[in-house]
Write a protein that binds this ligand. Structure first.
Ligand SMILES: [Ca+2]
Ligand SMILES: [Ca+2]
Length: 233
């Protein structure tokens, strides 16, 4: 039987996570001009975020994410163009997604979509981390162990009268955090993930991301639409 291909047939993306040549220095600085990812991020491929919801009124500002790995850590970096950098939340597990923030959702067992991990980090490098159940219950008492996190601001925080350049963020996540679900990846291992960014202030917000969840409203929690992370040498 022929099944007509709706938008839901659209493929989710695949990204090769390469090995870091040496441990990443987590200082929030990506190196070079950020856009080129020179220095320690030079080996990593780029993920440019898309804007799935045209009816949102926030500015469409560029985000480039990169991932690398080694024996100890999964590394993620984000480079964000941003003319107005804002963030209010300062405590672990605050709702950082209401600020200028970037996120990664990680599913180490792609054969199921019932549970995954979330890290949502604002431009102050404040972490909201949780274990997600049915893309609906976010158990924030789960705490990632040994995460290194830093942001670098090219502009002024919470000062709207001037024009900022942007900000970047680096995070290193120890593999032991996933040990109840999966062993540390080896070359060829496939996990799934999505990477997102919340930008702007109400009412002019904008959600951009790697893989489009194909949801009518801005909502990133759609594990069946996560992209594939393929760990390579
Ligand atoms: Ca902003
Ligand atoms: Ca937590």
């Amino acid at each position: 039987m022929l099944v007509s291909c709706s938008a839901l047939c659209a493929q989710t993306p695949r990204y090769e996570v390469k090995r870091a040549a040496k441990p990443i220095v987590v200082d929030g600085k990506i190196g070079g001009d950020g856009k080129t990812g020179a220095g320690e991020w030079a080996a990593a491929g780029k993920i440019d975020f898309g804007f799935p919801w045209d009816f949102q009124t926030g500015a469409k500002q560029r985000t480039t994410a990169r991932l690398l790995w080694d024996d100890e850590f999964l590394y993620v970096s984000y480079d964000c163009d941003d003319t107005d950098i804002t963030a209010q939340f300062t405590q672990r597990d605050d709702p950082t997604y209401r600020d200028d923030a970037v996120e990664i959702f990680i599913n180490p067992v792609p054969s199921q979509i019932a549970v995954y991990y979330g890290l949502e980090m604002n431009v102050r490098a404040v972490l909201y981390d949780y274990f997600a159940v049915n893309a609906k219950h976010f158990l924030k008492r789960f705490q990632f162990d040994g995460v290194q996190l830093a942001a670098d601001i090219r502009g002024t925080l919470n000062m709207s009268g001037d024009k900022d350049d942007g900000w970047s963020l680096e995070v290193a996540i120890p593999w032991r955090n996933f040990e109840e679900r999966a062993a540390r990846p080896t070359p060829g291992t496939v996990w799934t993930a999505n990477l997102n960014r919340w930008d702007g202030t109400e009412p002019n917000r904008r959600l951009s991301m790697w893989t489009d969840p194909r949801e009518p409203k801005p909502w990133p929690h759609k594990p069946e639409r996560f992209g594939e992370l393929v760990f390579v040498k």
